[in-house]
Structure formats: structure tokens, C-alpha cells
Design a binder for this molecule. Structure first.
Ligand SMILES: Cc1cc2nc3c(=O)[nH]c(=O)nc-3n(C[C@H](O)[C@H](O)[C@H](O)COP(=O)(O)OP(=O)(O)OC[C@H]3O[C@@H](n4cnc5c(N)ncnc54)[C@H](O)[C@@H]3O)c2cc1C
Length: 362
């Protein structure tokens, strides 16, 4: 069987959903397929920045996200048991002067719900197996509940994550390397001194770092660059029910080319990097929305790809630098670095530049 559409999006993670929403807003015919038969349930990325909220405003998604998320006023850096510095997001000169904390599973659910309000449903259980790029379109082989099918599309978007089949079909390299750390995370109920409106980065004089982000009233994400984070929580946090835990390693990788002709990559299919700074999901959503705007404006797709590559390169470099700074050991890493950060954040103009940067508003 053969079918035809204007844009086919492969993958209904945050990047693919964001692209579909923006295309739907412009009235451009779009289909979005995902090989998984159900929405994913893991909390994964938990921070949505103001730039992402701004981008998802027009399609109507931001109000749903804000309604369900927690508005964080900022983040503390705690070293040697004392607050050394505070990032104050309320100083952002923007209507979204906060970071929004929300589990990725919820973000995806709300994006898919908004997409349904635009009349488009994610087609689940449809696995793309091959993509052949042509002169003015592409041909996609897929296996779904109705059997094997061929979908012809004017444009194909590979939003199919780090192990992208679309990237493999285009024969695009994904160079990079793994980081030498194990990470562990836990979503856990915490009582005690765990602030509900601030995230926290804890740097002890020795050992792994720890980041805490409030996820829902009483529930927090704690992530650390070492195994078994749950057994290393500070005594002032009183753990209760554990909702999810995971140990994982990360790599930094980026395609040299975003695609060609009518087939292009967005999100983790094009770039992966350290979780330091919480930029991965936000960057993928930016890719998706900007792709849709480029198609709508009939602007140069190569120009779009160049801009996205520059942006991704910068984010990969910055998250790498943040990870190195946060995980540096010894006197320089644990005594000097926090003191330097504290000194810098006391200079208000510098603080304001940094917080804009973290909010994606630079
Ligand atoms: C444990 C964990 C913790 C994380 N923590 C953070 C964090 O704190 N901050 C942060 O920013 N990021 C974090 N991330 C990364 C973040 O989850 C990703 O950056 C984000 O999910 C990327 O979105 P995406 O839409 O590009 O791809 P994905 O979310 O990977 O979505 C890809 C989709 O494509 C579908 N698919 C794959 N192959 C096919 C195929 N052949 N046919 C059809 N469909 C297909 C998949 O089923 C999937 O639904 C974390 C990730 C993990 C695993």
C-alpha cells in the first residue's frame, strides 16, 4: 500500500511532537509516527526553559505545560554544606521568568494532547524501516498494525532519537565519544530541607556532584555522576517513596551534516551531550519548531541546517564545559571554582547574562 503526505515525522518524542505542533498550527499537512505502541512513561528530562515556553506558546502548548509544572525561582549552589551562590531566574526580563520543572513523560503527554486539539493523532506502533531520499520528496518504508506500507512525503523529519534509523539510511556519521562517568538518578519523595521552588547543585569537598530538581509537591529528581545516588543523599533530606531510579552513561556526539534534500534530522537524532545544564530536550524542541517555521516561510533549508548546527555545537561545547567544571576534583575544582562562581554571581550584570543563557534567551 502507498500513501502520501506533505511532512512525515518519524518519532513522537519532544522534538518530533514540537515540529508536528508548529506545522499543524500553520495548517501544513503532517503525519507523525512512532514505533512504540504506547507513550513513554519515564521522567527523563525535567527542566523546560523560558525559550522553549516562548516557542510553544503560539501552538497553545505552553499554558498546559505551565498549568501542570512547577515554577522554579532559581537554583542554589551548595558547597561544604552552605549555600555559596544563587541563580535568580525571577530577574529575567521576560514573561516566563522561571524554569519550569515537569517530567518528560508529562511534557510529551501534554504536547500530544495539544496536537490532538489541532486534529492530529500520533500513529503508534508504526516502525520506519527504510528511507530513500529523492529529488523533490522521499519514500519511507514502515511496518505497522496494517502491515508493510510505503509513505511518500514532500519532507521527512528524523526525530527518532539517538539510534536514529533515518540517520543510518542517510548514511550520516555520528562522531563523538562516551564520557567516563556512570550517572545515577532517582525520583524520590523528600521531606526535610529540600526547597520546593529552587533546584540545587551540591558540591562536596570530595566525591561526586549531586543535582536536585523539584518535580511535584514533595517529589524530587536527584542526579549524580556516580552510582547509587540514593545511598548518598545528605542527612537533611529525608527520603520516602522511590518513584523511579536509573543508572546510565552518556556520550557526546553530533552529526557533521543535518541531512540533505528533503530528509532532515532534529533532536537526539542529530546531537547528544551531557545532561549538565539540562539542555538536551530544549534543544530538540527548538530544532522542531524552527524546522516547521522554515518550511512555512519557504526559507532556505540549508540555511536552517547551518544555524541549527552552530547552535548545537555551542550547546554540546557548553554542556561539556559545565560537566568538567562541576565534576572537577581537588582544591581547584572544589574550593576555588565555587568561590569564583560565587564572586561572579555577585556582579549583577554578569549574573543576569548567565541566567539569560541558562534560560535559552541569549
Ligand atoms: C535517563 C535519562 C535522563 C535524562 N535526563 C535529561 C535531563 O535531565 N535533561 C535533558 O535535557 N535531557 C535529559 N535526557 C535526554 C532527553 O530525554 C532527550 O534529549 C530527549 O528525549 C530527546 O528527544 P527526541 O524527541 O529528540 O528523541 P526521543 O525522546 O528519543 O524520541 C524518539 C522517538 O522516536 C521513536 N522511534 C525510534 N526509532 C523509530 C523508528 N524506526 N520508527 C518510528 N519511531 C521510532 C522512539 O520510540 C521515540 O519515541 C535524559 C535521557 C534519559 C534516557
Amino acid at each position: 500500500m502507498s500513501e502520501k503526505t506533505s511532512v512525515l515525522i518519524v518519532g513522537a518524542g519532544p522534538a518530533g511532537l514540537a515540529a508536528a505542533l508548529e506545522l499543524a498550527r500553520f495548517g501544513i499537512p503532517v503525519r507523525i509516527v512512532d514505533k512504540s505502541t504506547e507513550a513513554q512513561k519515564e521522567s527523563r528530562a525535567v527542566a523546560i526553559n523560558p525559550r522553549t515556553l516562548e516557542l510553544l506558546d503560539h501552538c497553545g502548548a505552553s499554558e498546559h505545560l505551565i498549568h501542570h509544572g512547577i515554577k522554579l525561582k532559581g537554583a542554589r549552589i551548595v558547597a561544604g554544606g552552605r549555600v555559596r551562590a544563587t541563580f535568580d531566574a525571577t530577574r529575567l526580563p521576560h514573561r516566563y521568568n522561571f524554569m519550569l520543572a515537569l517530567a518528560q513523560s508529562e511534557t510529551e503527554r501534554l504536547l500530544a494532547r495539544t496536537l490532538a486539539e489541532h486534529g492530529i493523532k500520533v500513529e503508534r506502533g508504526v516502525e520506519v524501516t527504510d528511507v530513500v531520499a529523492g529529488e523533490d520528496g522521499a519514500s519511507v518504508r514502515a511496518r505497522g498494525p496494517a502491515g508493510e506500507t510505503t509513505i511518500k512525503a514532500d519532507w521527512v523529519v528524523g526525530a527518532d532519537g539517538a539510534h536514529s534509523i533515518v540517520r543510518k539510511c542517510l548514511d550520516l556519521e555520528f562522531p563523538g565519544a562516551p564520557y567516563p562517568y556512570h550517572w545515577s538518578l532517582v525520583d524520590v519523595d523528600l521531606a526535610g530541607e529540600a526547597e520546593e521552588d529552587h533546584a540545587e547543585l551540591r558540591l562536596d569537598w570530595k566525591g561526586p556532584i549531586m543535582v536536585r530538581v523539584p518535580l511535584a509537591p514533595g517529589r524530587h529528581r536527584v542526579i549524580s555522576n556516580g552510582e547509587g545516588v540514593l545511598s548518598r543523599l545528605p542527612a537533611s533530606w529525608k527520603p520516602g517513596k522511590v518513584h523511579w531510579q536509573s543508572d546510565f552513561t552518556v556520550s557526546h556526539r553530533m552529526v557533521k551534516k543535518r541531512g540533505h534534500g528533503r530528509v532532515w534530522l532534529i533532536g537526539d537524532a542529530a546531537h547528544i551531550h551531557s545532561p549538565a545544564g539540562g539542555r538536551g530536550m530544549n534543544l530538540g524542541i527548538e530544532d522542531g519548531v524552527s524546522f516547521a517555521r522554515c518550511i512555512h516561510a519557504k526559507a532556505s533549508i540549508e540555511g536552517w541546517a547551518d544555524r541549527r548546527q552552530r547552535r548545537a555545537r555551542r550547546v554540546v561545547r557548553e554542556s561539556d564545559a559545565m560537566q568538567r567544571l562541576a565534576t572537577a576534583q581537588g582544591f581547584m575544582g572544589r574550593r576555588v571554582a565555587p568561590a569564583v562562581i560565587r564572586g561572579l554571581l555577585r556582579v549583577r550584570p554578569l549574573h543576569d547574562i548567565l541566567i539569560k543563557h541558562i534560560g535559552g534567551l541569549n
